[in-house]
Ligand binder design. Structure first.
Ligand SMILES: Cc1cc2nc3c(=O)[nH]c(=O)nc-3n(C[C@H](O)[C@H](O)[C@H](O)COP(=O)(O)O)c2cc1C
Length: 357
């Protein structure tokens, strides 16, 4: 594993952002507007609770990078922005630092710049229980993200093709670490069946990380001399589809993948996410303008999100989950095929005491 690969990922993911926000599953999700339902913005609280901790913001800087000089500098800027806004933050996979201690500081910077923040370490599911413990130690992490990325591995030139041991490996990791474990995809989604399996294994948190944002088929395909896997672009389910089909009894849901704006954050929260992760959209901000630009962007999103809650008449996350949401287009077709009822979602406010519509 090399730092060059980490640099490639950042460069290629940033290139995907360069053409601006793309249409994705979030565009199929609309709040019903009720013109008299608004409340005052100072009645709104955006705080949430994840992995046994209060988070002041319901969105976070999701796993990206570390492992080279350049990505260490990116992590420093991400960490400063997290510290100054109170946003939770995840590292990129720390695997590389477990094998090569000389690059450990490019990850450690996430904790050093943000000593009191909520920091998540990130590791691949195939790693050993001992590696999982070391990953947590490295960052004095509050939680461990374990990524399941079979699609990425398939296209990655140096990737694995052996996935059958992943469930047992995950069980060993869960048993070994003493911080909450968050199982996450990397942009291809967690199906209802996968969420059910995770719940059965005792996983408490899952980040569905669906498609529509950074596409790691595209990233890895660009790293192949033949560029021969282009036909797999777009693989997987959207974040919205994953949230909609999540079964009762699923782990507590986090949502990432394709989040472009405060409205997407509100949409994911309204569909049941406890918090919303952002990678690609924030990466380009930090690469262009450093820590200050990302701090400003996070503060802007926080302000806008508060305004959206007020407009929707939701004083907190629980109330947001009683708003009326209409799902259309390809996402509605997906839900029909998967047996997910969308009519209740579109009429949730009928149950609200203030609204007898
Ligand atoms: C440059 C870059 C590197 C990433 N590296 C990791 C990683 O090491 N581990 C991981 O779990 N996810 C990684 N991801 C995936 C993100 O955490 C996220 O799941 C995915 O990018 C979808 O979110 P987005 O559309 O907001 O980018 C990376 C994303 C980017 C942009």
């Amino acid at each position: 594993m090399s730092g060059d690969r980490k640099d490639d990922h950042v460069r290629l993911a940033a290139e995907q952002q360069a053409s601006g926000p793309r249409r994705n599953g979030y565009d199929d999700v609309a709040f019903v507007h009720h013109a008299l339902d608004g409340i005052d913005v100072d009645q709104v609280t955006l705080c949430t609770e994840v992995a046994d901790a209060p988070w002041p913001l319901p969105f976070y800087i999701n796993a990206m990078t570390g492992g080279s000089d350049m990505t260490g500098a990116v992590n420093r800027d991400l960490a400063i922005a997290a510290r100054e806004t109170g946003a939770a933050i995840a590292s990129g996979s720390v695997s590389i630092a477990l094998g090569d201690p000389s690059v450990a500081p490019t990850f450690r910077v996430l904790r050093e710049e943000n000593p009191d923040g909520f920091v998540m370490a990130n590791l691949g599911v195939e790693r050993s229980a001992d590696d999982a413990r070391r990953a947590v130690e490295l960052l004095e992490a509050n939680a461990l993200q374990v990524h399941v990325n079979a699609v990425q591995e398939t296209v990655m030139p140096e990737g694995s093709r052996s996935f059958s041991t992943w469930p047992s490996s995950l069980e060993r990791i869960i048993a070994a670490v003493d911080v909450p474990v968050i199982v996450k995809e990397v942009g291809f989604g967690l199906s209802s069946g996968t969420l059910r399996r995770l719940a059965d294994m005792g996983v408490a948190y899952a980040d569905v990380s669906g498609n529509g944002g950074t596409d790691f088929v595209r990233v890895e395909n660009e790293r192949r001399p033949q560029r021969d896997y282009g036909y797999l672009e777009g693989w997987g389910q959207s974040t919205v589809a994953c949230l909609l089909e999540a079964p009762a009894g699923a782990p507590t849901l986090l949502a990432s993948g394709g989040v472009r704006s405060p409205l997407d954050v509100a949409r994911a929260l309204a569909l049941g996410a406890r918090a919303v992760g952002v990678s690609g959209s924030f990466l380009s901000v930090v690469l262009d303008g450093g820590a200050e630009a990302l701090r400003d962007r996070i503060q802007e999103w926080t302000m806008h999100l508060g305004s959206l809650f007020a407009l929707l008449g939701a004083e907190d996350l629980t109330a947001l989950r009683t708003t009326d949401v209409v799902v259309s287009g390809a996402t509605a077709q997906f839900c029909a095929a998967r047996g997910v009822d969308l009519t209740t979602l579109a009429q949730r406010s009928l149950g609200r005491s203030s609204n007898a519509r």
